[in-house]
Ligand binder design. Structure first.
Ligand SMILES: [Zn+2]
Length: 71
């Protein structure tokens, strides 16, 4: 939806280990790791490509739903 501007430069690569796609979004490193993403060491923030951002959003959303159901 609100994808007009990217907060990071396109020259950067995705922070997920093994991924070198251009960055689409950046999120807190801890948040990304909570979503099951393997973030490159030394990155304070997780810069995610489009695919990983989508994946991360899906996972974190799911976890939140599960968590609210009596954890
Ligand atoms: Zn990626």
């Amino acid at each position: 939806m609100a994808e007009r501007k990217s907060p990071v430069r396109n020259t950067e690569k995705c922070s997920v280990v093994g991924c070198s796609n251009p960055v689409e979004r950046s999120v807190a490193r801890e948040a990304a790791e909570e979503g099951g993403l393997d973030i490159d060491e030394g990155c304070k923030r997780a810069h995610l490509c489009k695919d990983h951002y989508r994946e991360w959003k899906r996972v974190t959303k799911k976890e939140r739903e599960i968590g609210s159901l009596g954890h």
